[in-house]
Design a protein. Structure first.
Length: 565
């Protein structure tokens, strides 16, 4: 173990709230619309009484998701499954930007007439003043006409700039960040396009600890647009009408290319229809494991056997099925230590009661969704993305969940479950603002601190509808800390780093992850709510390389940049 002193970059001190008062910085900005090129002026609106205030259109986020068919109804399961959102700081200016995945019109697949201008993916740059500008064309990410589902963000070549892997119905795309505001499609050279699968999600992970990020790609099903049930009472065939598509694991060779090592690493995916994928070191052995949330079939928990092989521990760990012993319509997975016992737990959203898997050690989990107070309330909706987030900075992990119908464009309200600190959660959505009384067909969502004021905001991707941006107005009434980690011997993103923060006698344990939720990825910085504590007694970082770093007596309410020694 080594003790080091680390420079503190306290480069944010804006938007601090004092009890009983509201401070807002009004800043107007002019930016060009990525679609029409017309000058528009956006102004960050004043804070209202809502905990989460919807303000997307007012700050330049005018994205409307498309299912590509030009109609107001769903025609197939692919159209029903898209819509991801990811935060990333692509230009490294200290403010998180937004990548949004979109469907499009495809010959022989889409119904309706081909539009004059095809829908495409979008990249919005955070201007640092509370507003965004559409830089999709300038960045070079609007020229693919694939039907995109979601994206995974990771610095695969360790040059300090986040790259984008886009999962599509059809060939996938790897965009290399050139560091000058532009991206280059390097898929062919990298060898990570896949074949003709429908890839739903992917997760960056340095599974062998060689310092380069590898990628696990979750594939859904072998969709045939010509196949029809002779009788389909609910509109179109469901997932079990199609053969499953096997997932891929690509090893990063460190030279810009990847090798398919799926079979060599023991990953045998015979019947999984992947919807959500994520990675965490659930048994704390130093190697990241992979969880795959499958549609209608048992879920996988691929245990990483020292970087040499993977073994499915889903059934043995208790995470393959729901608490009722069923293989559910699992959508997404996220990980956090929600009860602060030092063990990584997980939450899996589905079309019924969802699963809150408490890690009880020795590689075993117990589903606590019902006793935690989540199951009955969640069961009223079809859940898609779910993410742990300490929305109120009180020091424990709450849960945000988007909802929406499976086969129709029927809206549901989204939900936020407050962690009560005793193993129980409470749905407090109706108390958080007017948005939570509205119904949308939610799919992906990303959470992050877009204005660097210490609390997490939320972008929600809605199917065939405009996206919603929720600014958190009150979370930073409590104190907070954010950590931005940079690996040196470890992968540059420090994915896999395990961090313990002790403040006020309470220790929180967090692991640096890649994608979270459904088709989406949250803020790359680690966030800790500190309640009323204004001092962090100890920060302990165990880097993926195995190095341990300790930082003591750190002030609250700052973004702390830490580089691996």
């Amino acid at each position: 173990m080594m003790k080091t002193k680390t420079s503190i970059y306290n480069y944010v001190n804006i938007f601090n709230f004092l009890a009983g008062s509201i401070i807002l910085l009004f800043i107007a900005s002019s930016c060009k619309s990525g679609a029409g090129g017309k000058e528009k002026t956006y102004v960050a609106p004043a804070v209202n009484e809502d905990y989460f205030q919807e303000l997307g259109l007012q700050i330049g986020l005018d994205f409307i998701h498309s299912i590509g068919n030009g109609t107001d109804h769903l025609n197939n399961i692919i159209e029903s499954s898209g819509g991801g959102a990811s935060f990333l700081d692509f230009d490294k200016d200290g403010f998180i930007d937004l990548f949004l995945s979109n469907g499009t019109w495809i010959e022989g697949f889409s119904h309706g007439e081909k539009p004059e201008e095809l829908p495409h993916n979008h990249l919005y740059r955070n201007r640092g003043d509370g507003t965004f500008e559409d830089v999709s064309h300038k960045a070079g990410i609007d020229n693919n006409q694939s039907y995109s589902m979601g994206a995974s963000i990771g610095d695969y070549n360790n040059d300090g700039y986040p790259d984008i892997y886009v999962c599509n119905y059809g060939a996938n795309i790897l965009y290399r960040n050139d560091g000058n505001g532009k991206f280059t499609n390097v898929t062919k050279k990298a060898g990570v396009a896949g074949i003709k699968e429908c890839s739903i999600g992917a997760v960056w992970i340095d599974y062998d600890l060689d310092g380069f990020l590898d990628i696990y790609v979750g594939n859904y099903l072998n969709f045939d647009p010509e196949y029809k049930y002779y009788y389909a009472p609910d509109g179109f065939p469901g997932p079990m009408a199609y053969d499953a598509e096997a997932d891929y694991l690509y090893h990063n060779n460190g030279d810009g290319t990847f090798t398919d090592v799926t079979k060599d690493m023991g990953i045998l995916d015979l019947d999984g229809r992947a919807m959500g994928v994520g990675a965490v070191d659930y048994d704390d052995d130093g190697y990241m494991d992979i969880y795959v949330a499958n549609d209608h079939t048992l879920n996988y928990l691929w245990h990483n056997d020292g970087g040499k092989k993977f073994t499915d521990k889903g059934t043995m760990s208790g995470t393959a099925f729901s608490q009722a012993g069923e293989a559910t319509v699992s959508m997404s997975v996220d990980f956090a230590d929600y009860n602060n016992d030092g063990l990584m737990d997980m939450f899996v959203s589905d079309d019924t009661y969802c699963s809150l898997y408490q890690n009880i050690g020795n590689g075993v989990f117990v589903d606590r969704s019902y006793p935690a107070g989540i199951a009955m309330i969640a069961g009223q909706f079809v859940g898609w993305t779910s993410s742990f987030v300490d929305y109120d900075n009180d020091g424990d992990a709450d849960i945000f969940k988007t909802n929406g119908a499976l086969k129709h464009l029927y809206g549901h309200e989204d939900q936020l479950f407050d962690n009560l600190g005793d193993g129980k959660f409470k749905d407090i959505s109706n108390d958080l603002g007017s948005y939570f009384h509205e119904e949308y067909v939610g799919r992906g969502a990303c959470l992050g601190d877009y204005d660097n004021d210490g609390d997490f905001d939320i972008y929600i991707a809605n199917l065939n509808d405009r996206g919603i941006f929720l600014r958190n107005n009150k979370g930073n009434l409590n104190n907070w800390l954010m950590l931005e980690l940079t690996g040196t011997t470890s992968n540059r993103d420090a994915i896999g780093a395990r961090v313990k923060v002790t403040s006020g006698g309470i220790t929180q344990t967090v692991q640096k992850k890649g994608p979270t939720g459904y088709l989406s990825q949250n803020d790359h910085r680690l966030h800790f709510g500190l309640a009323k504590n204004d001092l962090i007694e100890k920060i302990e970082i165990r880097w993926p390389s195995g190095k341990t770093q300790i930082i003591e007596n750190t002030k609250a309410n700052q973004i702390l940049k830490v580089t691996e020694p």
